[in-house]
Write a protein that binds this ligand. Sequence first.
Ligand SMILES: CC(C)(COP(=O)(O)OP(=O)(O)OC[C@H]1O[C@@H](n2cnc3c(N)ncnc32)[C@H](O)[C@@H]1OP(=O)(O)O)[C@@H](O)C(=O)NCCC(=O)NCCS
Length: 133
Amino acid sequence: MIYGIGNDICDLRRIRESIARHGDRFAQKILSDAEFNVWKARGERWPERGVSYLATRFSAKESFSKAIGLGMRMPMTWKLCEIASLPSGKPTIVLHGSLKEWFESRQLTAHISVSDETDYAASFCVVEVKQPI
Ligand SMILES: CC(C)(COP(=O)(O)OP(=O)(O)OC[C@H]1O[C@@H](n2cnc3c(N)ncnc32)[C@H](O)[C@@H]1OP(=O)(O)O)[C@@H](O)C(=O)NCCC(=O)NCCS
């Protein structure tokens, strides 16, 4: 059964400004180590792809934080919630540390979808629970 849903819209211009102002420090605050490496590789080749990558990760993490009902409150943190990609390209959520423990102890599973255009990134997350709580 559905435990929670969350969505988010993110203004790429804000992300662009934060990257311009804080550079790698902003990305390091939002991205897991694996995501940071992808961001670096994409951004070096084509800066705009770096912006959209960071914006879709930012948005997906916010959607997930809403779907689990915590918002950005412990154990939900930016870096413990990683948005990875399956070989098909489909995004998937990989959790770490205390957030992973919190999530698994409740027998939850998550589904995430992201999208972006020139000025906005958007995402939608559905969290399911195995048994009624
Ligand atoms: C959820 C959160 C990450 C979204 O922040 P944001 O990007 O600035 O704002 P958005 O426009 O994307 O989303 C805001 C909506 O998220 C929803 N929301 C807020 N807290 C939420 C939660 N714990 N779980 C699910 N959804 C939540 C609300 O519907 C809110 O809209 P509303 O204030 O008009 O009701 C942020 O509000 C948050 O972390 N909230 C919880 C912690 C907190 O600071 N609470 C303050 C009150 S004690």
